[in-house]
Design a protein around this ligand. Structure first.
Ligand code: SIN
Length: 548
């Protein structure tokens, strides 16, 4: 088995991974692995922008209040404060690196999105993610102490000790790298590192309809969970209210229609033209995403329509094209002129608000393992993420992680040696088609039974089906020579199961988690504490099973 050794291993090349690579390669040797091309990331698809207090009518207190209110009682206030108060410094760094935010008459142009009580979204037209990703990538490629490996798929984390006895006698295992599949050479190698930072993004591909790129298969959160890390809040999956409705999208990602359009004045209407958001919330189109997505879901169910529409035909055509060039392009490619006709839209899975639990320094519960970005549960989002807080969270916690990782390297014990990867198994072409079937089945179960509105009946139905699939997939994984799609399938079935288990045990409605049989929030006890202890025990139980 080939081996590599380094100080820091970063997994993922979105805004979190690249920001970290730039900062940590100033003081350490860094390897960054990414499973596709470097720019195949959710960051690159982010249209809206990055929230920060820069306007004259705004202040930290208001941004914090908006974040806490949207998070429905589950945000960690220290995390919210940290992110909001350090945002301006991180934005300045991005601008110093060369990121261009849209300006009007020399001033930063600030957009408004749902749940924000001020205009505070910095953006680069409707291509903010692309702008940030390309600047960071260009800088990272120039860094002397960084090795960037594309088409390398993380299979599992390297953990020590690995033995069941050590784990059961209370040793917290330490993470010291990862088994990685080098796809072009078709070999598994061990990358041993003093510190590992997960920046793998989210898990949108677990749902049949998603805005996420194909890479979003929960690789980081599931690998951390298998390694014994505490994960949490997985029941809080954010559905973006407005993605382009196309009858023949199949399981391909749905095109995002940025929330900034509603901030610009676009109105949601039923298919027959009636506005409806005033029936659901005083903030109408600018209510937080959970409320807007549920309102659309209710209208679709009530009327039996396949979509609602987003209408901007009353707004200036020139201003729309100037502000939203990407949406213009997306619509035109489908024969829609959004200045003259409304856009058909439906909700789709968009963002994982839970993830691997971290502290304010981005440390997970496992020594040597850090997590930053969508993969992490820092406490910023709670039960629902405020729009455009995610790119911000990634840059703030990348900075925290870069500092705490430096400390960790000073004290890190010597690196153990990874055990040989067993390359047994065969690729059986006849059975291979089952991987595709299993993947579609998981995604459809999640879409049908674990969506915007849930019930115990639906969740239990999902649980029964997923448990069967989980055994099938694990068995297939053990018998088959490892490859990228199989690694992803193994992660998808586990994250699906974890989301369902989390949803079943939250017997209340809160933020993004809405249960018809428990329609109100449970105001007794501390929901965050209950949640974390529950995860601690479930993690231990399953970790034992996963030991080979
Ligand atoms: C959007 O542009 O609507 C998405 C931005 C986000 O998810 O924060």
């Amino acid at each position: 088995m080939p081996r590599k050794r380094t100080d820091i291993l970063i997994i993922g090349s979105g805004i979190a991974g690249l920001s970290l690579a730039l900062k940590t390669s100033q003081y350490a040797d860094v390897i960054l692995v990414t499973k596709k091309d470097s720019a195949d990331t959710a960051t690159n698809w982010a249209q809206g922008g990055i929230a920060a207090v820069t306007g004259k009518d705004d202040d930290f207190r208001i941004h914090m209040e908006d974040t806490l209110r949207t998070g429905a009682g589950l945000c960690r206030p220290e995390a919210v404060r940290l992110v909001v108060e350090t945002a301006p410094a991180r934005i300045r760094e991005l601008m110093d690196l060369g990121v261009r935010f849209t300006r009007r008459e020399g001033e930063l142009a600030l957009a408004r999105e749902g749940g924000h009580s001020r205009s505070r979204i910095l953006h680069h037209h409707d291509r903010t993610g692309q702008e940030i990703e390309s600047v960071l990538l260009q800088k990272a490629r120039a860094s002397g102490r960084l090795e960037l490996l594309e088409h390398h798929v993380m299979i599992d984390l390297l953990m020590a000790p690995r033995s069941r006895r050590a784990f059961e006698s209370g040793h917290t295992p330490r993470c010291f790298g990862a088994y990685v599949l080098d796809e072009p050479r078709d070999v598994v190698e061990a990358i041993e590192a003093k510190a590992v930072i997960l920046c793998t993004g989210g898990s949108g591909m677990v749902y049949f309809h998603t805005t996420n790129p194909a890479i979003a298969t929960a690789d980081g959160v599931v690998a951390a969970w298998r390694g014994g890390a505490v994960v949490g809040n997985l029941e809080f999956f954010q559905f973006h209210p407005t993605t382009l409705y196309e009858p023949d999208t199949g399981s391909r990602p749905r095109a995002l229609i940025t929330e900034a359009m509603r901030g610009f004045g676009a109105v949601l209407r039923t298919r027959s033209g009636e506005p409806f958001m005033h029936l659901y919330d005083d903030r109408r189109e600018l209510a937080p995403r959970d409320i807007v997505a549920r309102a659309i879901d209710a209208e679709l169910k009530k009327r039996g329509d396949p979509f609602v529409v987003l209408d901007c035909t009353h707004l200036s055509a020139d201003a729309l094209r100037e502000e939203f060039p990407q949406i213009d392009e997306i619509c035109r490619a489908r024969g829609i002129d959004f200045t003259k006709e409304p856009i058909p839209v439906v909700p789709a899975a968009h963002y994982q608000c839970g993830g691997v639990l971290t502290d304010l320094e981005a440390r997970t519960s496992l020594p040597g393992l850090f997590a930053v970005g969508e993969v992490a549960m820092t406490g910023l989002h709670g039960a629902n993420r405020l729009a455009s807080n995610s790119l911000l969270e990634a840059v703030v916690f990348a900075d925290q992680a870069a500092n705490s990782c430096r400390e960790w390297l000073r004290e890190a014990p010597p690196l153990p040696e990874a055990e040989e990867w067993s390359a047994e198994g065969t690729v059986n072409a006849e059975e291979w088609v089952l991987v595709e079937h299993n993947r579609d089945e998981i995604r459809m179960i999640m879409w049908d039974y674990v969506g915007i509105v849930r019930s115990t009946l639906r969740l239990e139905r999902a649980r029964r089906r997923l448990q069967l699939l989980r055994h099938e997939v694990e068995d297939f994984f053990r018998r088959t020579r490892v490859n990228g799609p199989l690694v992803e399938l193994r992660n998808l079935v586990v994250i699906a199961d974890l989301i369902v288990e989390s949803a079943l045990s939250r017997r209340e409605s809160r933020g993004l988690h809405f249960m018809t049989d428990f329609p109100n929030p449970d105001l007794t006890g501390d929901p965050q504490e209950t949640l974390l202890s529950r995860y601690r025990s479930s993690v231990r139980a399953d970790w034992r099973h996963s030991l080979r």
